[in-house]
Every structure is written in structure tokens, then in C-alpha cells.
Write a protein that binds this ligand. Structure first.
Ligand code: UDP
Length: 323
């Protein structure tokens, strides 16, 4: 297949691009490099520097690359920022995503795969979470992702565009070549690894009085290459709709910290800090639909292996990407 990857210079987009290339597909990466890195674009992919806001450049790029499928990773990802600047999130994660959908439809693209998120569920009532759970986002980030899922649903009904929205739980880990390098970093695993490296003085646990066995929040960490596998399967499948992607196993913040200590052999100070507003105590996926419908077979079900891959990448790229 020829695949057009919007946001292929970001964390998940770069790993997915590498995976698609390894599996014999041709990839065009379209990225404005607002948060992505030029060095994270696999050299085997064609690269077009462009913004989703620029509809004519986008239409031109898609027409020229004549893709069989489009994958959309090019979104802003910070929940906290979305609470401070909601319009930034609705503009890019909804309006600009509509540009991508329009350009794909007018170029006759068959299938669009969209990076969605567990944040569409808000504070779920039942764990593990299935796709039929209520979607009540509690921040503009999750709301914008849900809005674009609905756009795709209507576009499918009315124009026949095929789509799969993949609702990621907590993406983590690295491939051989590409890893996570966000500025600022807000995610737990890279922050704890920075503490293990001595780049960060301490790690703060955002609340240890939740109703969980050790009092800290529980999340479902899924390896970025397992996410990549699901994207390729989704492109190949006729399934239209939304699917959860998670390992189905939950780990608490304290368990993540202990696992980083074991994997890296490093110790570092840890303090308890106030709860972070809007954190659900527990998010664990029921990803059986993705396994059944797509034939998804995640390879990394163990937190140590996920953290070990991220640690290896950080040791090989101590300064992250240099651009
Ligand atoms: N967390 C923490 N300290 C940090 C960063 C995150 O205790 O420095 C917690 C956070 O409150 C949440 C979990 O780690 O319960 C995962 O947070 P992350 O931001 O990585 O992902 P999220 O689940 O919010 O998408």
C-alpha cells in the first residue's frame, strides 16, 4: 500500500511509519514539525513539510502521493494545555482534521485511520472499559477527539469513507530507532526515566489517596509498536468504527516507579504531590474487540519490557532529538 501519514514526525507517528516501511509499504509523511522532529522521520519515507491548516498544500500533497490509506496522528496531545487554551485544541484537532478528511475524500482515498484516545470516556463507571461505555470527556482534548470521531462517522454514512478510530490508552516504549521526546514532557514513564538519568531531581506522585490498592492512579500502558501493528491491521480491514487499544493490564504510578528502578538499576527521590485535576483513578482497556475484529496480537504485555525499550532508546539518544 501507499500510505499518507499526517504527523509522522511525532512519537507514535514515527514508530508507526517505521513499522509500515518494515512491512513493505510506501509512506509519505506530512508534518509541520510544530512538535515533531525532522530526525524522527524515517529516511525511507517521503517527507512533505506542511500544515493541516493549509488545505491547498494538503490537497496537493495527497493528490501527488495517491495513497491507498491515510493515518492521522497530527494532533496536540496535552490535556492540561487543552484546559487553558481550548480553542487551540478544537482548531487543530477538529478543524484541521476536517481538512485532512476533505483532502482524503476528494483524492478518492479508501480508508482513514485516526488516533483517538481513552480520554473520550472521561471518568468511566465500569472497568475494564469497552467501546460501548458512555463517552463523556472531561477536557477539551478528549472532547475534540470525540468530535472528530463523529465527523468520521457521518462522513462514512454519507460518503462511504471507511475509517477506524483507535482509542489509545497510555502509549509507551520505543522502537529501535524512534522514541518519545516531548517538550515539555508531561507523561509519567519518560519523566521517571529522566529522574533515573539524573536529569530531573525527583518525581512527584500526583495523589496517593485514590481508591486503588496502593492509593495511586492505575493506567493501561501499551507499547508503541503494538499500536503500530493495529494501525496496519486497521488499514487492511473493512471495519468502520472505534476500537480500544490497551494491554488490558493496569499498573499504578508506584508500580511504574518501582519497575523503572528495577529496569534501570537507578534510584531517585520520589515525593507525594497533590492530585492532578481531572485524573480518573483507573483506566484499563477491554481491547478484546480489536483482537477479535482486527486480529490484533500485542507483543508486549509486560511493563518491564515496555520500560526497557524506552530506557534503551533514551540511553542511545541522551539529548533526545537534536532538532
Ligand atoms: N503522573 C504522576 N506524576 C507525573 C506524571 C504523571 O503521578 O509526574 C500520573 C498521572 O497523575 C496519571 C499517571 O501518572 O495518574 C499517568 O499520567 P500520564 O500523564 O503519563 O498519562 P494520562 O493517563 O494522563 O494520559
Amino acid at each position: 500500500m501507499r500510505i499518507f501519514v499526517a504527523g509522522g514526525a511525532g512519537y507514535i507517528g514515527s514508530c508507526c511509519t517505521e513499522y509500515l516501511l518494515e512491512h513493505g509499504h510506501q509512506v509519505t509523511v506530512y508534518d509541520a514539525l510544530l512538535n515533531g522532529h525532522r530526525q524522527a522521520v524515517d529516511p525511507r519515507a517521503d517527507f512533505i513539510l506542511g500544515d493541516l491548516a493549509d488545505l491547498s498544500s494538503l490537497e496537493d500533497a495527497i493528490k501527488r502521493s495517491r495513497p491507498d490509506g491515510v493515518i492521522h496522528f497530527a494532533a496536540f496531545i496535552e490535556v492540561g494545555e487543552s484546559m487553558l487554551d481550548p480553542l487551540k485544541y478544537f482548531r487543530n484537532n477538529v478543524s484541521n482534521a476536517i481538512n485532512l478528511c476533505q483532502a482524503a475524500v476528494s483524492a478518492g482515498v479508501r480508508k482513514l485511520v485516526f488516533s483517538s484516545t481513552a480520554a473520550v470516556y472521561g471518568m468511566p463507571k465500569v472497568i475494564p472499559i469497552t467501546e460501548t461505555a458512555e463517552t463523556v470527556p472531561i477536557n477539551p482534548y478528549g472532547e475534540a477527539k470525540l468530535m472528530f470521531e463523529k465527523v468520521l462517522g457521518w462522513q462514512h454514512q454519507l460518503s462511504g469513507l471507511q475509517y477506524t478510530a483507535l482509542r489509545y490508552f497510555n502509549a509507551a516504549g520505543a522502537s529501535e530507532k524512534f522514541g518519545e521526546d516531548h517538550h515539555p514532557e508531561t507523561h509519567l514513564i519518560p519523566l521517571v526515566l529522566q529522574a533515573a538519568e539524573g536529569r530531573r531531581k525527583k518525581i512527584s506522585i500526583y495523589g496517593d489517596d485514590y481508591d486503588t490498592p496502593d492509593g495511586t492512579c492505575i493506567r493501561d500502558y501499551v507499547h508503541v509498536l503494538d499500536l503500530a501493528q493495529a494501525h496496519l491491521l486497521a488499514l487492511e480491514s473493512d471495519f468502520c468504527g472505534s476500537l480500544n487499544l490497551g494491554s488490558g493490564t493496569g499498573y499504578s504510578v508506584k508500580q511504574v516507579i518501582d519497575t523503572v528502578r528495577t529496569v534501570t538499576g537507578k534510584d531517585f527521590p520520589v515525593e507525594t504531590a497533590p492530585r492532578r485535576p481531572g485524573d480518573p483513578p483507573r483506566l484499563i482497556a477491554d481491547a478484546s474487540a480489536a483482537r477479535r475484529i482486527l486480529g490484533w496480537q500485542p507483543q508486549y504485555d509486560d511493563l518491564s519490557a515496555i520500560i526497557a525499550s524506552a530506557w534503551r532508546w533514551r540511553q542511545q539518544h541522551p539529548q533526545g532529538y537534536q532538532d
